[in-house]
Design a protein around this ligand. Structure first.
Ligand code: MEV
Length: 339
């Protein structure tokens, strides 16, 4: 590792089942998407002249070309990228966890310094694949490493959760968790997450998902707020939906344990039909789900917030996944990935 330049990344995610009901205390299962990543690079800037020192001392330059953004941290201290830099810097100053063999930077972790932080992402923004949480996670890891520290997954998850609150209002915490551990997780709000591979689930088995993008961007915050409004208007119906989803999420975990993709697919499709009744699907998502099912997927559903973004379909194998990709593209999907 170069002392003056660090680069760290974070993965995307999909929700296998249980989105929205997870905000109301029910369980959900999320999977990392390791080949879709966000990179954060930091390089030290050294003032060249006395004027630079005057003008640019304590200057952290934040560059995020994917969202056409570039600014000095102190000019936009409430921006989510500024907040993750501030929180991580404070955290590593207060809870030092030095990386063995890396010299410590002087002074100790501080915002009173000069560096550039650049964020680049392969994860489309607003598509419910975890772009916001991945950007925060990559920045938190890079800032910690810049100061010669390593974040544990639990600490990184907690830091990113603070930023998720800015993005989403009342997040369950599932996105920051799955991205921090980069493992399939069983998640219940307010409880320690369970990494599914530690619960007898073998993720080396054939779980081939096809992810298809509607190309529609729908802020999670808006869809979560709409569910909240509906829940307030008709609590009994929405509680019933959440309970039905909780049961199918438990069955999905058993299906994963028994390597039963046929049952898992049926549960995904059942989840989609409840999400549709809850009002969080849309014509484009329904259309892609039906296309995948007609093309022989074990099951298909929206993933994440809904009303746009992505659907996931469970393919029979890699060969079948490639066939599904072609069918989904012909049906109007803007982009398709195979996990
Ligand atoms: C977002 O990936 C999943 C939602 O359930 C929101 C949340 O859990 O915070 C829609």
């Amino acid at each position: 590792m170069s002392f003056d330049r660090v680069q760290r990344s974070a993965c995307g995610k999909v929700i296998l089942c249980g989105e929205h009901s997870v905000v109301y205390g029910r369980p959900a299962i999320a999977l990392p998407v390791s080949h879709l990543r966000t990179q954060a690079s930091i390089w030290a800037n050294y003032p060249q002249t006395a004027d630079d020192v005057e003008a640019d001392a304590a200057c952290i330059d934040i560059i995020a070309p994917d969202i056409n953004t570039r600014f000095k941290l102190h000019t936009r201290p409430q921006h989510p990228l500024s907040r993750i830099v501030q929180l991580t810097t404070e955290f590593v100053a207060q809870h030092p966890h030095p990386i063995a063999g890396i010299p410590q930077r002087a002074p100790q972790p501080t915002l009173n310094c000069c560096y550039s932080l650049k964020v680049r992402s392969e994860i489309p923004v607003g598509s419910h694949l975890g772009s916001g949480a991945a950007a925060s996670m990559a920045c938190a890891r890079a800032v910690a490493e810049y100061w010669g520290h390593e974040l544990t997954p639990a600490d990184a998850s907690d830091l990113v959760y603070e930023i998720e609150k800015i993005h989403h209002g009342t997040p369950s915490g599932i996105d920051n968790t799955v991205i921090a551990y980069e493992q399939p997780v069983w998640f219940v709000k307010g409880e320690p997450p369970h990494v599914l591979s530690e619960l007898d689930i073998d993720f080396e088995h054939d779980l081939t998902l096809v992810i298809a993008d509607t190309g529609l961007s729908a802020p999670t915050k808006m869809v979560v707020a709409a569910v909240w409004a509906n829940w307030q208007k008709d609590t009994a119906t929405y509680e019933r939906y959440f309970d039905q989803i909780a049961v199918l999420v438990k069955h999905a975990r058993e299906a994963l344990q028994h390597n039963d993709n046929h049952i898992l697919g049926k549960l995904m499709t059942e989840n989609q039909s409840i999400l549709r009744r809850m009002g969080v699907s849309c014509l484009e998502l329904d259309h892609l789900c039906i296309t995948a099912q007609r093309a022989g997927a074990w099951g298909a559903k929206l993933s994440g917030g809904g009303r746009g973004g992505n659907m996931i379909a469970l393919a029979r194998d890699h060969h079948h996944a490639r066939y599904l990709r072609r069918q989904l593209l012909l049906s109007g999907a803007k982009r398709v990935w195979i996990t």
